[in-house]
Write a protein that binds this ligand. Structure first.
Ligand code: MLT
Length: 242
């Protein structure tokens, strides 16, 4: 059984410091809330998602008739059809449609990672299906934490730790770095009160200040989503779509 490494990139600027082996799988995580919300959009029938870097392009695509979901600093863009709450995806008319997503950190991290290798999206909500899939791949895994404005975030690092813990239970996986060890140890320390711990995180407090903290519990609940979003030619598609 070949060794499969687990690496954790604590914030997107650190991607340039990694030695990314050919064939590695990059798992982009923006637990609060972009990757959670995109998984939820696929659960509710979205056909594909265009991760869009900038507000101007999203606005132009909105004028062309696309469904646009987006935020800056957590607040919904005024021209968008939806903000960035997973709950909005449950009520929106998205079945069979191409969605345009633009967010402060998550969609930027997706675009950066997808230039470096095979890229899938991870969140607590799709952790079980993601682990099942990754365990069957003959590849090392790099968790790319979207963080906040190029900096570390607690919730994405905790997701990296949860993913590392689950992968280590499968044969062949080893930790690659101190970052991976730290993420694993942090998760082990707080796993019994994940909600309480994450509630103190800066983005959770930011969401609370703007009255948007209702989805935090959902965002931290494993198994809510069956989606496995993968980047393919500029779009995200759901590998688990029927
Ligand atoms: C992001 O991409 O920066 C986040 O998902 C922000 C948010 O919670 O909407």
């Amino acid at each position: 059984m070949p060794v499969k490494t687990i690496e954790v990139c604590l914030a997107p600027p650190l991607l340039t410091t990694l030695d990314i082996q050919p064939g590695s799988i990059l798992v982009v995580a923006d637990v609060l809330r972009a990757t959670t919300t995109i998984c939820t959009a696929f659960d509710y029938g979205a056909a594909r998602v265009f991760p869009c870097d900038d507000v101007e392009t999203a606005f132009a695509l909105k004028k062309q008739g696309y469904f646009v979901a987006g935020e800056r600093d957590g607040n919904r863009l005024d021209f968008a059809d939806a903000g960035n709450s997973p709950f909005e995806m449950m009520h929106a008319e998205i079945e069979g449609r191409t969605l345009v997503f633009t967010t402060t950190n998550g969609t930027q991290a997706i675009r950066q990672a997808s230039g470096l290798g095979k890229t899938v999206l991870g969140a607590f909500v799709n952790l079980p299906v993601l682990i099942e899939w990754l365990a069957g791949q003959n590849a090392g895994v790099i968790v790319v934490c979207a963080g906040w404005k190029n900096r570390f975030s607690l919730e994405d690092t905790l997701f990296a730790g949860a993913l590392a813990e689950s992968l280590l239970a499968h044969e062949g996986f080893i930790l690659q770095s101190d970052e991976a060890r730290m993420a694993l140890d942090l998760y082990a320390t707080v796993r019994n009160d994940l909600f309480g711990y994450v509630s103190q995180a800066s983005h959770a407090r930011r969401l609370e200040a703007s009255g948007q903290h209702d989805s935090i519990g959902y965002c931290l609940t494993p198994g809510k989503s069956m989606a496995l979003p993968v980047h393919d030619s500029g779009y995200l598609v759901n590998m688990r779509a029927k």
